[in-house]
Design a protein around this ligand. Structure first.
Ligand SMILES: [Zn+2]
Length: 439
């Protein structure tokens, strides 16, 4: 008996990111509604299934959709606004004053729409965000049809969005209540950073995380200066301080961790903290290089993020994966570490695990949501292809991303975004630039 399904995607190669990091050849993925129903050899697929749409991708490698595990989508409107300055000055002299002047519901909605178009076009199917006006980011995500884990940002000082930590938390939790149960949107508590949140606020966040069983998303050990200031002020590194406040645990996603000594590393390991590596942002801001190979050796769950467009200028997970591999090999003088399977796992399964969503997304397996990317390996840049995974890792970039499905729906087809008007989004970006430049 032949079963009717929505789509069949046949490809030369499928990297599943399952527990064995399986690479399949000449297999097909069968999609029913929003889920992967079956994965089987292409020669047998039409014996059992008949699909509304069939995609025969003989020059493509298929992967689970990339998960950008640390970003601030709305900041795409500040792309290139302040490059070539260190983090402290970048924040205090440029980003925070600009945010005070311009950040609003409209800024967040428009910036998020632009970022999401860029992310889908480069193969990202889920992003882990942290910014003001979370409702606008969520609305943009649902409008564009991408999955998002939205951080409920909390900091000590007032912004256009909220007046004090209680106000941030109240607004964030109200937002969470409104969106609970949505198929694409989930939430994390998001204390911005150790240097922008007090012990009292962090304690309150820890209590909410315990009571509501929520993940926590934060910046941690981003610069050497952050660590030194914390030792001066609290007689503890930020990681030690988070430990004393009960925040280190498997529900914590710590972005950066560029400067960690042995004892910090052991604390991350013993407490099963999830580290999010953002190599481009750390390099652009001159913050340093996180030595993730040491973390992976210990068994720490490491995933990949782009950080925002304001400190990266691109939201291309493939670029971050390549950098992660190259930096790790170069730092340790070990070409065999951070191999293609392990770094692509960081951009897929590891990120899903950090978000506590590994039962739903992060690998290509039956009963998981159909979040899938297909990347073309037929360009002149890629030829010849001896090994599709190393070819993609060292040679691939966002230009090769041809197809993206999210929740079973096609969002990118032959390199073109479905139902998304790129010219409109480009004009929105230009009009914000004109406004921001004038003052
Ligand atoms: Zn960040």
């Amino acid at each position: 008996m032949i079963k009717k399904v929505n789509s069949i995607i046949s490809a030369s190669w499928i990297f599943t990111a399952d527990k064995n990091n399986t690479l399949l050849e000449d297999h097909s993925i069968v999609i029913l509604e929003d889920e992967i129903l079956d994965i089987l050899p292409t020669k047998n697929v039409f014996d059992g299934y008949e699909a509304n749409e069939v995609f025969a991708l003989s020059e493509h490698i298929i992967m689970p959709g990339f998960i950008n595990n640390h970003t601030h989508a709305a900041m795409s409107l500040l792309k290139g606004f302040a490059n070539d300055v260190p983090l402290k000055s970048w924040l205090e002299d440029y980003i925070w004053p600009a945010e005070k002047e311009y950040v609003s519901e409209a800024f967040v909605k428009d910036g998020s729409l632009i970022a999401i178009a860029e992310m889908i076009k480069s193969g990202t199917t889920t992003f882990n965000d942290m910014y003001f006006y979370p409702n606008q980011t969520a609305e943009a995500a649902v409008e564009m049809g991408i999955r998002a884990n939205i951080g409920l940002v909390v900091m000590e000082f007032p912004t256009n969005y909220a007046s004090d930590p209680d106000d941030y938390l109240k607004k964030g939790l109200d937002f969470r209540d409104q969106w609970r149960g949505d198929g694409l949107i989930s939430t994390s508590l998001a204390p911005h950073a150790p240097y922008t949140t007090s012990d009292k606020t962090l304690n309150t966040i820890g209590t909410y995380a315990d009571q509501l069983n929520m993940t926590i998303h934060t910046h941690l050990h981003e610069t050497k200066e952050e660590v030194e200031n914390s030792i001066n002020q609290y007689k503890a590194t930020p990681i030690q301080r988070y430990k004393s406040l009960g925040l280190l645990g498997p529900n914590l996603m710590a972005a950066h961790c560029t400067h960690v000594d042995e004892s910090d590393l052991n604390l991350l390991h013993q407490n099963n903290v999830n580290v999010v590596h953002n190599p481009s942002s750390n390099l652009i801001l001159g913050s340093g290089i996180a030595d993730i190979s040491k973390m992976l050796d210990l068994g720490i769950n490491v995933s990949i993020g782009t950080d925002s467009s304001a400190s990266n200028n691109r939201l291309d997970v493939l670029e971050e994966v390549r950098l992660a591999a190259l930096l790790g090999k170069g730092l340790n003088h070990q070409p065999e570490i951070l191999d293609s399977k392990n770094v692509f796992k960081m951009a897929t399964y590891n990120a899903a695990k950090a978000m506590n969503k590994s039962k739903m997304i992060g690998s290509i397996e039956p009963n998981k949501k159909a979040d899938i990317v297909a990347i073309n390996l037929d360009s002149i840049f890629s030829q010849p292809v001896y090994n599709p995974l190393t070819s993609l890792l060292y040679n691939g970039n966002q230009g090769g991303v041809d197809y993206v499905w999210i929740n079973g729906t096609i969002k990118l087809k032959s390199g073109q975004l479905e139902n998304i008007d790129l010219d409109r989004l480009k004009n929105i970006a230009k009009s914000w630039k004109a406004k921001i430049k004038k003052t």
